[in-house]
Design a protein around this ligand. Structure first.
Ligand SMILES: C[S@@+](CC[C@H](N)C(=O)[O-])C[C@H]1O[C@@H](n2cnc3c(N)ncnc32)[C@H](O)[C@@H]1O
Length: 221
């Protein structure tokens, strides 16, 4: 087991590469991930099929730069599969503001937050950041995984919550933007739009074969 370029993310090489974080709550699973002990430390495997960041790691995406004690804004947190790994990485002095519009998903995230004390569930529409401005603070890292037609617009509206120099992970689902277009054309159009807004793109990868018709951007503010 070795640490990757990102502190707090571990990698096991072999016939296939696997990624892990150190379990903040040893003995407790969040989804159906594998738990594994080495030298008294418990690791949780980060699924590359159930998490866009997990898939990004498998595609050798550039470092995310998430650190212990960081504050994270997570747009489209759902039940917290991916957020749980970020929760492992930032530790108990960090915080994740997890926003989702769906009460059913956020209910599961709420129960996860009861156990993991660095999670803050917020039921809101990420199209309306003014509704949660007073409930969050400036963040070191931003994640967006929202399958909506206006996903780029949502991202741009929420960038104001990212500190200068902070990084963001943006997942794009081509089919939510336009089902009739070739996903590659859509990814290129999103890239041009971000560049026109003078956003610094550090990396850009298709998530194939882990997530069909998805790409991800890592940007720096
Ligand atoms: C693909 S899921 C996210 C999965 C999650 N990122 C993970 O890896 O564990 C997308 C989520 O975005 C949420 N969503 C869609 N539109 C939204 C909006 N306008 N505001 C907030 N959340 C939204 C959905 O309810 C859904 O839970």
């Amino acid at each position: 087991m070795e640490e990757t370029k990102d502190r707090g993310i571990y990698m096991e090489t072999g016939r296939r590469v696997r990624f892990y974080t150190i379990n903040l709550l040893p003995g407790q699973k969040v989804y159906d991930e594998r738990l594994f002990r080495e030298k008294g430390v418990e690791f949780r495997e980060w699924s590359v099929h159930k998490s866009k960041i997990g898939a990004g790691l498998a595609k050798n995406i550039c470092p995310l730069g998430i650190k212990e004690n960081d504050y994270v804004l997570y747009l489209g947190v759902a039940s917290g599969t991916t957020a749980s790994h970020l929760s492992d990485m930032i530790g108990l002095k960090g915080l994740i503001f997890g926003i989702d519009i769906a009460p059913r998903s956020l209910r599961d995230f709420y129960f996860l937050a009861k156990k993991r004390k660095n999670l803050v569930p917020i039921l809101a529409d990420c199209n309306k950041p003014d509704e949660y401005t007073n409930r969050i603070c400036m963040c070191d890292f931003l994640v967006q995984d929202i399958a909506q037609k206006n996903q780029v617009e949502i991202f741009l509206k929420n960038l104001k919550f990212l500190k200068q120099g902070g990084r963001a992970f943006l997942a794009i689902k081509a089919r939510s933007i336009d089902v009739t277009k070739n996903p590659r054309q859509i990814f290129e159009a999103v890239k041009r739009e971000l560049e026109q807004k003078k956003i610094k793109i550090l990396d850009y990868q298709s998530l194939d074969p882990f997530e069909k018709d998805h790409c991800v951007f890592v940007i720096e503010k």
